[in-house]
Design a protein around this ligand. Structure first.
Ligand code: PRX
Length: 540
């Protein structure tokens, strides 16, 4: 289905005004369920008006097309209004996890030279603490204060109260920048993955072709909007097609989640392996008595989906789980299992029509079936990122001979199914969140007792990988329970709670090569009790 009317590619417009023009103004766009279980319905015309107000408020503040605004919010209605309002006005919208700490925020806001940020009172301190290091940051817009606090700390309610609810999005070209997500690599600072309004084509297509959503469905995507799944499939894809969503502001709770699936009559559910494994670990009695008769399909993304979870779902819910594979950079699903096709438990599935993956060796040779190598995608799909902000060289280094190197390794079997094998770099995937070992190592070195640190991801049954830190203390310090608490708190406050090491191992030295690079490969092999391989360049 072509969702583009005339030349209008504007994501904010297509997800709101266009739905009203198609006669869906009174249809519920999202059922909001707060963490306290309060329920509110927002129609497509509510979504249109509220995002218009926000677009007008940005205009009144002096924002211009191409400026960058971040949301730093838990799941709340303002997350959706501000995201779509910014896009309507062609302001680039970046989304940040609300559990990011000071350093994580500073890196991202600083790199993007963000002009504004939308946040909540409870998160405000994190921004005011770093504000003087962010000369470009003019406005902090707070969703739950009634009056402006100062010239730069503004009340969201006060701003939208005085803004008109009428706004017409300018005709927006396919290549106009839209959404910005920061992703972690294994070296250096996080990279800003920039998308353009054109991405809506692929997001919309996969919402219908893979997730199977139609206008009569009720969709629940559990992903936070700080994550690409939360924007591509928690906002853009479903609303481009006029689908009603459930958005839940609370965290994981097996009973509440099942109540929600049943009581909101969810028909399509998109979640992640760690959450599904947590559900699997609960007492099976908990699930007795639920009627999930409306549920048609379950999808998963973000980490390998182990076959046991699919078996559990078949036995407990009576449904398969379709694993989908994509990345921040791809903007939408590329390789996937989907209704109507055979599921091979443990495999990510097959590529969508028009998506052309290859398995390529490090020397550039295209490999055949059953050979492990770099998972690469022929460039050119509509939701492909256009650059890493301020880091064109990192972008260029990932594109070779017309292929985008995803950083994953995989195998294709004789029937064209793809099997995820791992990462070709040191990036850690814990509970579906990519963590940079470099970022955690840097934060650890801020602690005065720590002389050296090396961080790896180690296999974990629940989280897929856990963060393990090897720490070498300055000679005058000794390890203690208090120091351990201090280290954990520091990483949580400066990076994020997700990056906090699950295990801290005190060592006499951290292995480095002759140029001082931490040899995480050696640390990992030692941790796993495996052969450390060639260590001829090792210097401890
Ligand atoms: O390593 C792959 C893993 O998550 C990475 C992408 O992470 P991110 O950019 O944060 O986006 C996550 C949401 C799409 C991939 O390079 N990954 C994602 N989906 C799967 C997966 N690993 C195995 N199986 C998957 N289905």
């Amino acid at each position: 289905m072509n969702i583009i009317r005339g030349d209008q590619y504007n994501i904010g417009h297509i997800c709101t005004r266009q739905q009203c023009d198609l006669g869906r103004g009174d249809k519920v766009a999202f059922r909001w369920v707060s963490s306290h279980q309060e329920r509110t319905n927002y129609t497509f015309s509510d979504l249109d008006r509220e995002s218009n107000r926000f677009a007008n408020a940005l205009q009144l503040l002096g924002f211009d097309a191409g400026d960058i605004l971040f949301t730093f919010l838990p799941k709340t209605p303002e997350q959706f209004f501000s995201f779509l309002g910014a896009l309507k006005f062609q302001v680039i919208c970046g989304t940040l996890f609300s559990n990011f700490g000071d350093d994580a925020l500073l890196d991202r806001l600083g790199d993007a030279k963000a002009k504004g940020i939308v946040t909540k009172k409870s998160l405000l301190k994190k921004i005011t603490r770093i504000k003087d290091q962010l000369p470009s940051l003019e406005y902090i817009i707070v969703t739950d204060i009634e009056e402006h606090q100062s010239q730069d700390i503004l009340s969201y309610p006060a701003l939208v109260r005085q803004a008109s609810d009428d706004f017409t999005a300018p005709i927006t070209a396919p290549v106009t920048p839209s959404v910005l997500h920061y992703t972690s690599g294994s070296t250096g600072k996080p990279k800003g993955v920039l998308h353009v309004h054109h991405s809506i084509l692929h997001q919309s297509r996969t919402t219908s072709e893979v997730l199977n959503l139609t206008t009569s469905d009720i969709f629940w995507c559990t992903a936070d909007q700080g994550w690409v799944t939360g924007t591509s499939y928690g906002i853009i894809g479903p609303w481009s097609l006029g689908v009603t969503q459930v958005h839940y502001g609370g965290g994981y709770d097996a009973k509440l989640w099942f109540d929600l699936l049943q009581n909101e009559a969810v028909t399509i559910w998109y979640s992640a392996p760690t959450a599904l494994r947590m559900l699997m670990r609960e007492d099976s009695e908990l699930y007795k008595g639920y009627d999930l008769g409306t549920l048609r399909h379950i999808f998963s993304v973000g980490e390998p989906l182990n076959p046991e979870v699919i078996s559990w779902s078949r036995a407990t819910i009576g449904k398969d789980i379709y694993d989908t594979w994509f990345q921040t950079e791809t903007g939408g699903i590329m390789i996937t299992n989907r209704p109507g096709l055979e599921i091979r438990p443990g495999s990510m599935g097959t590529p969508l029509n028009g998506i052309e993956p290859e398995i390529i060796a490090d020397d550039g040779k295209i490999l055949g079936n059953n050979q492990q190598g770099n998972l690469c995608l022929k460039t050119g799909w509509s939701s492909m990122f256009v650059t890493y902000l301020n880091n064109e060289s990192a972008y260029n280094s990932k594109i070779k001979n017309g292929y985008y190197y995803t950083g994953d390794t995989a195998v294709r079997d004789d029937d064209g199914f793809y099997w995820f094998k791992g990462r070709s770099d040191d990036v850690i995937n814990t509970a579906g969140h990519l963590i940079s070992p470099f970022e955690v190592e840097s934060v650890l070195l801020e602690i005065e007792e720590i002389a050296e640190s090396g961080v790896i991801g180690a296999p974990d049954e629940l989280l897929y990988e856990k963060v393990v830190a090897f720490v070498y203390l300055h000679k005058q310090f000794t390890w203690s329970k208090e120091l351990e608490v201090k280290v954990r708190l520091h990483v949580s406050n400066r990076a994020s709670s997700i990056a906090t090491p699950q295990e801290i191992i005190i060592v006499d030295s951290v292995p480095k090569n002759k140029s001082g690079k931490i040899m995480r490969r050696v640390l990992k092999a030692r941790y796993l009790g495996q052969d450390t391989g060639d260590i001829s360049t090792l210097e401890e």
